[in-house]
Design a protein around this ligand. Structure first.
Ligand code: DAH
Length: 344
């Protein structure tokens, strides 16, 4: 029995010596140490031996197991390192190769324009109020009535405004000006807010007009607010947005909810003011409407026009973006053509 054990030891150790891979070592481990191996078998059958034999064979079998185990582990460490080095050598990464390109998304030019304009007004102390204050599906009451727009005003005409079938007086808002009313009904002066959002108009679509577009509404209500303040804020905005060199002009105008009212034009960038198709030959492009909040509007929301005054403005985001980037067709914003979008 002792001889058998010694033979197992010699065979196992020499097999380990000549093993040349970790896989081979696993085979050897299996052969000599697994539950079905001869050595395990001998240990299992110790109970059948005489007491004296047990005392000799038991410890010897255990010693052989642990010798084989130790030798296996030593050899494993050596072979494992060797194999790892070979693998690293073979799979060497060429760090000078260019990586694979992951295309990244870009901010849509309209979002960019809105962000830029919002930032300018925030710099002048305006707070941004969000859409939920002023829904896109709106009642005529907020879109027109409260804004002092008479029932027979042409803007209410079916040509301009999308009427829904939800109820006779529910429209898709044709302007962001309703946000002024929502704001004044939910907060008390002093008010100084801007509210960007989508508006809808029943237009035939062309290079200049789309029936969905964006506006940014602004409103200040405070004591002693004057037309000079309005002009100052508008001029500062224009200077920051277009740079000092682009000519702009104030032109008197009419809106039902402001008195007096004005529009701001920017010199056409397509023709540098000479007159072209884009500006219908005038050399100027209208970008925003503004004015002093009509006392009737203040009264509608319970603000006393004897104490408070204010000014408001509404600007077309697409127009402003087109002028800044030299985009000649409004439809490009909505076509999702990657060749266009990639340029921003
Ligand atoms: N809501 C007007 C439009 O869509 C633009 C406008 C004009 C907004 C004058 C204003 C304003 O706040 O004071 O044409």
């Amino acid at each position: 029995m002792q001889q058998t054990l010694e033979k197992i030891r010699t065979d196992a150790l020499s097999a380990i010596d000549s093993a040349d891979s970790t896989a081979k070592l696993e085979e050897i481990r299996n052969e000599y140490l697994s539950r079905k191996s001869e050595l395990t078998n001998i240990k299992k059958n110790l109970k059948d031996l005489s007491n004296e034999e047990k005392r000799i064979i038991g410890p010897l079998a255990n010693k052989i197991s642990s010798d084989i185990e130790t030798k296996l582990n030593e050899k494993h460490n050596i072979l494992y390192k060797k194999e790892l080095n070979e693998k690293l050598e073979k799979d060497r990464v060429d760090v000078t190769l260019p990586g694979s390109f992951v295309p990244y998304g870009k901010v849509h030019p309209l979002t960019r324009t809105i962000d830029e304009i919002v930032e300018i007004f925030q710099g002048m102390g305006f707070s941004l109020v969000h859409n939920e204050n002023s829904p896109e599906v709106e009642t005529e009451y907020f879109n027109f009535d409260m804004l002092n727009t008479p029932k027979d005003h042409p803007a209410r005409d079916m040509q301009d405004t999308f009427y829904t079938k939800v109820a006779p007086n529910v429209v898709l808002r044709s302007q962001t000006s309703g946000a002024q009313i929502h704001q004044m009904l939910t907060s008390k002066p002093p008010i100084r807010v801007i509210s960007p959002g989508r508006v809808y108009r029943k237009e035939s679509v062309s290079a200049r007009k789309n029936n969905l577009f964006h506006q940014i509404e602004g409103l200040i209500v405070d004591k002693d607010t004057t037309f000079a303040d309005l002009k100052g804020v508008m001029n500062e905005f224009l200077r920051l947005y277009f740079g000092a060199s682009r000519p702009t002009r104030f032109r008197s105008s009419f809106f039902p909810f402001t008195e007096p009212s004005a529009e701001v034009d920017v010199q056409c960038i397509m023709c540098e003011g000479k007159g072209c198709r884009t500006c219908s030959g005038t050399g100027w492009l209208e970008i925003l409407g503004c004015g002093m909040v009509d006392p009737n509007v203040l009264r509608n929301v319970g603000v006393d026009p004897e104490i408070y005054s204010g000014f408001a403005f509404g600007m077309g985001v697409e127009r402003l973006s087109m002028l800044k980037w030299g985009i000649d067709d409004i439809r490009l914003f909505f076509n999702n053509d990657i060749r266009f979008l990639k340029q921003f």
